[in-house]
Ligand binder design. Sequence first.
Ligand code: BEZ
Length: 188
Amino acid sequence: MSVTCLRVRAVCRAVNYGRCFSRTSAVNMSAKVGDSLPSVDLFENDPGTKVNTAEAFASGKHIIFGVPGAFTPGCSKTHLPGYIEDFSKLEAKGVKSVNCVSVNDPFVMQAWGENQGAAGKVRMLADTCGAFTSQLGLDLPAVKDVLGNVRCKRFAMVVNDGKIEKLNVEPDGTGLTCSLSTSLCDEL
Ligand code: BEZ
């Protein structure tokens, strides 16, 4: 291969690296209190049932909590059951809906909801390709080796009239502290 060819290749690599780098830093900007909720299609029960986040949470107070994965021990034994158990308390504090989001497919989210008795309390929403997670800047690449792909940091947020009013993200991405229903309930 000629020297010119090698130089051209090196320049292309540098340009592509620059693109990747700037894209990554833009994507990784974490959402903050006061931001509008990103408009993303999530899926409920099956891939044909879209729930657009901007439309579904445009008015009133809603809770959205994110988990690293359906059926994982922390999410199944503590995080989701806590919100199911506290649903009436949250409702009494003016919360219109409680929503669980995970980077999983809609069938898995539906089965997990059934398994946990979530019906009528917590809506199980699939962020199938991780678009919602990524737009919030809450990607969790650290679990890739265990769960197979980039997932979502454990978080809980209050959305009021389409804006993020509270955002509690677990500092290590997977812990069970500030994102639990008990913590959020106290702050409402
Ligand atoms: C959990 O139990 O919640 C969990 C397990 C593996 C990776 C991330 C979370």
